[in-house]
Design a protein around this ligand. Structure first.
Ligand code: 4AD
Ligand code: MG
Length: 497
């Protein structure tokens, strides 16, 4: 058996592929089977001249997602997906599939989500999962290459770390347990044993949030480093993100093309230094006249674009009647694109006034909302690291600056409206301060005794952060919603399949 992504090593040879029918077109004397095998797509040509009558007829009975084995000669063909074709001389059907619900026509997202177990086979979904895999692999090589030890934190926990309002509670043999919101507190203990560690595991948040950035179950990568201050923490996160983007750009070109990702913005990431700014400066920027003017400009350019594409659509519609068949297909495709873009522009035009209002009236001391992050990031090509946050809105474990009002936290915001992808901080390392913080937060001190031990026995300055895998995948793939970045998303109202 040969895999499709290995066909370049088999030019001119006879090979057998095993896979599924992605698409089939037939004429009297020839069947074009688009076969997928998990590694890629390959056009297989079954010609009446090359195969027995029996095989030719069998091929004609295949439908979408039927499984088969197909043997033939590998031929280079630039126009073909993947660059190679198979000229078949034999074929065995494994199963003729029932009527497959996901057809090449458009489907609503709810329908696709109901059929997530099948939707995963579609090209864009396939490409996104390959990018996700590349990101996961890069993260491991990045940290392993720098001497970090991967350690696993428990998923059942007895304490809240990121606020008690977003905890999933379970019954643990008559005791209350929670699904981990973060592995961090355990990560800190592990860093005191190994110096440099990272965890990579599922984390859970029960906030009843329906935004395109929220999952109830998501994967987080959490490095924790003994003797790192905030600055070193930021540098590490920046290097890691650059490594991720760089590797995906290098190794996943085909997938990014399938996702129709415009990679020019991503390429900048690997070259330029990330922007860095304190929370206070970011707030000032958000409230500035400059930002308001930028939003006005954006609205104006959207209006112009809308005029332009609506005119184009009218022209195309006129042309359609007398166009040749191939041209009609092109026109239909373009009209579909225009329709999607129109929806997007109209949504933006509805949103911009509210964004402007929210930015202008932003109060120091609040957390940035999704739209504030988007507006702030309109001004930057590369990620922005926001530091020195009002302590009140950040977690109890963050170290504070000299004024005691600001937490030594850092959030990294991705460009292009993807918002926060990293949250981290230097940790409070003083026993008394930490005891006080736990008390102020109304947390049960007993369950944090073990955590306080870390401040009793050889406490040192240390830092860490958490990268949200799905938000990172969404950003790099250019997907508008995190639901397409994980095989089986768990969200408010979505537990199956
Ligand atoms: O900012 P968060 O809440 O930080 C922590 O949990 C820290 N304990 C991490 C640390 O310092 N070790 O979450 C970190 C990241 C966010 O920036 C975001 O990318 C992702 O996790 N994230 C979510 N992703 C999807 N759905 C959600 N509901 C998410 N909540 C956070
Ligand atoms: Mg955060």
């Amino acid at each position: 058996m040969t895999y499709i992504n290995q066909l370049s090593n088999h030019e001119g040879q006879i090979v057998t592929l095993k896979g599924w029918i992605y698409n089939i077109r037939s004429s009297k004397a020839i069947h074009f089977l688009e076969v997928r095998d998990g590694t890629g797509l390959c056009q297989c040509i079954v010609s009446a001249d090359d195969v027995t009558e029996d095989v030719f007829e069998t091929a004609g009975t295949l439908n979408q997602e039927s499984s088969l084995e197909i043997t033939g000669k590998v031929m280079k063909d630039e126009r073909s997906v993947g660059g190679y074709e198979l000229h078949a001389n034999g074929l065995t059907i494994i199963q003729i599939a029932e009527n497959y619900p996901i057809t090449p026509k458009e489907h609503g997202v709810e329908f696709l989500m109901e059929n997530r177990h099948l939707w995963l086979r579609s090209r864009k979904q396939w490409a996104a999962m390959r990018v996700r895999n590349e990101i996961i692999f890069t993260i491991h090589s990045f940290f392993q290459g720098r001497g970090f030890v991967q350690m696993d934190s428990p998923i059942f926990t007895g304490n809240a770390a990121e606020g008690s309002t977003t905890l999933f509670e379970t019954d643990y043999f008559d005791e209350k347990a929670y699904l981990a919101q973060t592995g961090q507190l355990y990560g800190e203990a592990m860093a005191m044993a190994h110096g440099l560690i990272y965890t990579f595991g599922p984390t859970f948040r029960a906030e009843k949030s329906k935004t395109r950035r929220h999952l109830t179950e998501f994967w987080m990568i959490e490095p924790e480093m003994a003797f790192y201050d905030l600055e070193m923490n930021m540098n590490l996160a920046e290097d890691m993100i650059k490594a991720i983007v760089g590797t995906v750009l290098k190794n996943r070109k085909e997938e990014l093309a399938i996702l129709e990702r415009d990679t020019t913005r991503l390429e900048m990431i690997t070259e330029k230094r990330f922007e860095r700014m304190t929370y206070t400066d970011a707030v000032n920027k958000l409230k500035s006249d400059e930002t308001a003017a930028l939003l006005d400009e954006m609205a104006e350019s959207r209006r112009q674009e809308l005029d332009r594409i609506l005119k184009e659509r009218d022209e195309l519609k006129k042309e359609h009647g007398s166009a040749k068949k191939w041209r009609k297909v092109q026109i239909d495709q373009r009209v579909k694109e225009i329709l999607a873009r129109t929806d997007q522009i109209e949504e933006d035009l509805r949103n911009i006034p509210a964004w402007k209002e929210s930015a202008r009236n932003f109060q120091w001391g609040n957390d940035f909302g999704g739209s504030d992050e988007t507006v702030l990031m309109m001004q930057f090509d590369v990620p922005l690291i926001v530091t020195h946050w009002p302590a009140e809105i950040k977690a109890f474990y963050m170290k504070r600056d000299e004024t005691r009002k600001l937490a030594l936290g850092m959030d990294i915001l991705a460009p292009e409206g993807y918002g926060e992808i990293v949250g981290g901080s230097q940790r409070e390392d003083d026993l008394e301060t930490m005891e006080k913080r736990i008390e102020e937060e109304g947390l049960d001190k007993d369950v944090f005794e073990w955590y306080l031990d870390l401040r009793r026995f050889g406490t040192v300055p240390h830092s860490g952060y958490g990268l949200g895998l799905e938000r990172t995948v969404a950003w790099i793939c250019g997907l508008s919603h995190v639901r397409e970045t994980i095989p089986f998303p768990r969200m408010l109202g979505r537990l199956r399949p």
